[in-house]
Design a protein around this ligand. Structure first.
Ligand SMILES: NC(=O)c1ccc[n+]([C@@H]2O[C@H](COP(=O)([O-])OP(=O)(O)OC[C@H]3O[C@@H](n4cnc5c(N)ncnc54)[C@H](OP(=O)(O)O)[C@@H]3O)[C@@H](O)[C@H]2O)c1
Length: 313
């Protein structure tokens, strides 16, 4: 299996952290209640092969606890990112309130079996909530207390543009993939200008090339990208490629995301150990050539309604 070397790591904005281009997205392991042994295998293989970015969230049900249990003992080997702001069972404080954010971060620290979380993101609140400022203010306070190291925001479009201009926001998590390209033009220029660390969610478009029948519980979630993939008329033939679509599409999709200037890491979600070598291989092949990248950019711009579509937020 290919290993990502330390030379391949990318500077994470102004944080001083160095991140592997491939990261792990912890939503499916929690939301789909993955088998713990399989999760251990996935996470161990990723760490063993140079991946040092692990993303999760308070609202991904068992995700934080599974990460804490399976790789908590290797905590010094990875950059740990979690998210907060949604209501949690253990607190009656309203979503996005400072009290809720504090309770959620305390719970995350316990679940993740750590004394400090490297990056804590506000989990996709809307722009009005973000602008109130008390949520970000509480995260700054938690940073001052040493419970988190950097404050960030996970979201898209104008909320993301506003967030990255705040001096305390040092990391942005945003959607960018072959089927969802709005943030490349709308958000990335501001992210680069303010030198924030950029990590991409949904980096392989929820595997939108799969037949709907192959998705099981994931189907409704992936549907917008499945439709965009069709509207873009994407095919391997148009890219001059021949081979197994189940191998080539994830490769092209991940390489597309990592070719976008200013993207530092792409956090792919999976519950399956066999995805690890495939995704490492895609990273090892490297960026897409200019012609293929531009073809995919053009297909997105030419798809029906692209100029009115805000992407998957
Ligand atoms: N609002 C937010 O903050 C927000 C929203 C969405 C996502 N996120 C974060 O971003 C992460 C990634 O997003 P995501 O999980 O929604 O989407 P994604 O990474 O684009 O796609 C995940 C899907 O791809 C499949 N997959 C992974 N590797 C594959 C490969 N080599 N070949 C074929 N299929 C493959 C996985 O299924 P298998 O299990 O079958 O591999 C899963 O169905 C999340 O896990 C979460 O951490 C954050």
């Amino acid at each position: 299996m290919t290993t990502i070397t330390s030379e391949q790591r990318r500077g994470f904005g102004s944080t001083g952290l160095e991140v592997s281009p491939l990261g792990f997205g912890g939503a499916p392991i929690g939301l789909l209640e993955a088998d713990k042994d399989a999760v251990r295998e996935v996470l161990t293989a990723l760490l063993d092969h140079g991946v040092n970015v692990i993303d999760t969230a308070a609202m991904y049900r068992g995700s934080e606890a599974m990460i804490g249990e399976t790789i908590g003992h290797r905590r010094d080997e990875f950059v740990l990112i979690s998210k907060c702001g949604h209501a949690i069972e253990e607190s009656d404080a309203p979503a996005w309130s400072p009290k809720l954010i504090r309770a959620s971060v305390e719970r995350s620290l316990q679940n993740l079996r750590t004394d400090v979380i490297d990056v804590m993101l506000l989990h996709s609140c809307d722009l009005d909530t973000l602008k109130k400022g008390d949520g970000l203010g509480e995260l700054v306070q938690l940073r001052e207390e040493g419970k988190i190291r950097f404050v960030g925001y996970s979201g898209d479009n104008e909320a993301a543009v506003w967030a990255v201009a705040q001096p305390d926001v040092r990391v942005l998590q945003t959607s960018i993939n072959i089927c969802d390209q709005n943030n490349i033009d709308r958000v990335m220029p501001a992210a680069r200008e303010h030198n924030v660390g950029v990590m991409v969610k949904r980096p392989i478009a929820n595997a939108a090339w799969k037949d709907a029948a192959q998705y099981e519980q994931y189907k409704n979630y992936a549907q917008p990208y499945v439709e965009r993939f069709k509207a873009m008329g994407l095919s391997l033939e148009m890219l001059g490629l021949e081979g197994d679509p189940a191998v080539l599409w994830p490769e092209i999709a991940l390489r597309f995301t990592l070719t976008v200037p200013g993207v530092q890491t792409a956090i792919v979600g999976t519950t399956r150990p066999d995805r690890v070598p495939a995704n490492l291989k895609a990273v090892a092949i490297g960026p897409l050539d200019d012609a293929t990248f531009e073809q995919l950019r053009t297909a997105f711009r030419d798809a029906d309604g692209s100029d009115q579509w805000d992407g998957q937020t």
